[in-house]
Design a protein around this ligand. Structure first.
Ligand code: TXA
Ligand code: MG
Length: 341
């Protein structure tokens, strides 16, 4: 199959959105940008189309998909018994990088939810995603548009790398603003629980709800969310994450790099800007100093260092507050090893 690349800058933008929306309504697969990462979209109400997503990505069939909506008016149709809590959260964070898990209605095909009695709902705030959802007029399921297990795509080039020839089209909309996937929050339980940390932080959610919530522990046994049990986001190279005090971490990483270099290994390094010069013999990918910038550059770093054919990637860890939770969650899932210094 030839994958069409649809531009999203004027004057072609309107036509691209119309083409993409038509493809979605016709049961085809279209990748599109969201504020978090690129998604691989299909009509959520068309189970044949949804099945194609699992095939194109090589995704395990027991991992449910998020349903993307243009408007909160569509929520009633897909769910039953929406708690008041939902509207509070929607008011504060939608559209935006938050997915809320609710009880599903019978109108949601089983293949979308992997047979679960719940469904994840998200209203993306990226203008191209919104334009596509509005024009298509149907809810769109969209997992991240990468091959299963690979880092999520934050640029159209990443989607092309993984899925070219396997999907019908890509709406090419530049770089994603957040760079990590949405926060997944399950509100079907007595105490709301974050199944996947993301750009909307625990701190922000607790402030809006005026109560404490839980964060599910990452586990590969009996996970709260099927997605939690899979190795994810991983570069091809071995990934070693260093946690601890910043200056100690930089020194430990520099020592590890020298030792690996001396054994003839090609080493990639992901650190904040100030430490880059300590790795003269490595391929480096600066992460910036702030969480926001690091989030935007994380998955891209995995892909670009892999493209540089490194054997090992050494990555600086993050303090676990605010967006640091999401960053460490992705790093732990992708890492071969985490070292505390
Ligand atoms: O930011 C995002 O959420 C991106 C963009 C494209 O919207 N999408 C995304 O989808 O990351 P995906 O399929 O790569 O990850 C969805 C995660 C999985 O971990 C899945 O297990 C969980 O959400 N999930 C989906 N529906 C669920 C449900 N009903 N109950 C529990 N977990 C659910
Ligand atoms: Mg994914």
């Amino acid at each position: 199959m030839r994958t069409r690349i649809l531009p999203t800058i004027p004057p072609g933008k309107k036509k691209s959105i119309e083409t993409a929306a038509r493809l979605i309504r016709d049961g085809k697969l279209v990748a599109f940008p969201t504020e978090t990462v690129y998604g691989l979209g299909a009509n959520a109400l068309d189970k044949v189309a949804v099945r194609k997503i699992f095939k194109a990505k090589g995704r395990p069939p027991d991992n449910p998909l998020i349903v993307h909506l243009f408007s909160l008016n569509q929520v009633a149709f897909l769910t039953v018994s929406v708690p008041q809590l939902f509207w509070k959260l929607a008011d504060a964070f939608m559209p935006g990088p938050l997915t809320i898990v609710l009880r599903r209605s019978i109108l949601v095909p089983d293949v979308v939810t992997a047979g679960l009695s719940t469904v994840g709902i998200r209203l993306p705030d990226h203008p191209v995603a919104r334009a596509l959802l509005e024009e298509a007029g149907v809810p769109i399921v969209a997992p991240s548009a990468n091959l299963s297990g690979k880092p999520s795509p934050t640029r159209p080039e990443h989607v092309i790398e993984d899925l070219s020839g396997k999907i019908d089209a890509i709406l090419a909309g530049g770089k994603c603003r957040v760079g990590l996937e949405s926060t997944v929050l399950d509100i079907t339980r007595r105490v709301p629980v974050i199944l996947r940390p993301g750009a909307v932080t625990r701190e922000e959610i607790e402030k809006v709800l005026k109560r404490k919530i839980r964060v599910a522990r990452p586990t590969r046994k009996q996970p709260a969310s099927p997605g939690m049990k899979y190795k994810h986001y991983a570069p091809d190279a071995e990934l070693i994450v260093f946690e601890g005090k910043r200056s100690d971490v930089a020194s430990a990483m520099a020592a590890a790099a020298r030792s690996l270099n001396s054994r003839g290994m090609k080493v990639g390094v992901m650190v904040e800007d100030a430490f880059v010069r300590r790795f003269p013999d490595c391929k480096t990918h600066a992460l910036g100093v702030h969480f926001q910038r690091a989030a935007r550059r994380l998955f891209e770093g995995f892909r670009s260092l892999d493209a540089g054919n490194v054997d090992v990637i050494l990555c600086q860890g993050f303090d676990e507050h605010d967006l640091g939770h999401a960053l460490m969650n992705r790093l732990r899932k992708a890492a071969t090893r985490c070292i505390r210094v």
